[in-house]
Design a protein around this ligand. Structure first.
Ligand SMILES: [Zn+2]
Length: 204
C-alpha cells in the first residue's frame, strides 16, 4: 500500500549496475527501450550498500547527474539510506535492514545508535545491551509492550526487534543530528561527505 501511495500506477524501470560504466550501458538501453519512463530504480546495490557504502553513494551520485527522473534506490540498508537523506541524491529508497538485523538478534541502541546484541548468541566484537536498558530509552510499541521480547528468538523476538529497529531508524532519519551521528559510525562513508568530513576531523 505504501509503495502504491508513493508511485501510484507509474512504472518504475529497474537499472542494475555496480560500476559507472555498467550504469552508463544500462542508461543507453533505457533511452532506447523506455524513453518516457518517469521513475528509475537502482537495483543490485544491497551488497555494495553493506560492504562499500561509499562506492554505492558515488554510483548514485553518478546516476543523479545523468538521470532527470525520479530515482529510487532498492535495498539501501541503514547507513546508505541515512547518507541519501543527508545528500538528497535519491528521491525514494527502501531497506529491509530492520528485519534482517532483527533476524540476527540485533537491536538498535537508541543512544549510541549501535546495533547491539540482545538475543542470546555468540558474536565476538558485537556490543551487548540488556533489553530493559534499550526499552527504557525507547517508546516504540514493542518496547512499551514487552521489553523481554527483544531478547527472544522465534517469531515474537524477531517481530519485536524489527518494530523497534524500524522505529529507531525512522527517528534517525527525521533528525539531522542523529543522521550525522549514524554516518560518523561509518568513516568510509563519512569521508565522502564534505561537511561530515570536516566534522569527523574536528571530533578525532
Ligand atoms: Zn523500542
Amino acid at each position: 500500500r505504501l509503495w502504491a501511495r508513493v508511485f501510484g500506477d507509474r512504472l518504475i524501470y529497474p537499472l542494475h549496475a555496480h560500476t559507472p560504466s555498467q550504469l552508463s550501458d544500462a542508461l543507453q538501453k533505457l533511452r532506447r527501450v523506455a524513453p518516457t519512463v518517469e521513475a528509475v530504480g537502482l537495483g543490485s546495490l544491497a551488497p555494495l550498500a553493506r560492504y562499500q557504502p561509499a562506492k554505492a553513494l558515488r554510483l548514485i551520485h553518478y546516476a543523479r547527474a545523468r538521470i532527470d527522473k525520479h530515482i529510487h534506490v532498492f535495498g539501501a540498508g541503514n547507513s546508505l539510506l541515512a547518507a541519501l537523506v543527508y545528500t538528497g541524491l535519491a528521491d525514494t529508497a527502501d531497506t529491509s535492514s530492520p528485519l534482517q538485523d532483527a533476524r540476527y538478534g540485533l537491536t538498535r541502541h537508541p543512544e549510541t545508535l549501535a546495533m547491539t546484541l540482545t538475543a542470546p548468541r555468540r558474536a565476538p566484537g558485537r556490543p551487548r545491551a540488556a533489553p530493559q536498558e534499550i526499552a527504557a530509552l525507547c517508546s516504540c510499541p514493542a518496547c512499551r509492550a514487552s521489553p523481554n521480547a527483544l531478547a527472544e528468538w522465534g517469531r515474537q523476538g524477531v517481530l519485536a526487534r524489527t518494530i523497534h529497529n524500524a522505529y529507531q531508524l525512522l527517528r534517525i532519519l527525521e533528525d539531522p543530528e542523529k543522521i550525522l551521528q549514524l554516518l560518523l559510525r561509518r568513516p568510509q562513508l563519512a569521508r565522502k561527505l564534505p561537511q561530515l568530513h570536516a566534522m569527523a576531523s574536528r571530533v578525532s
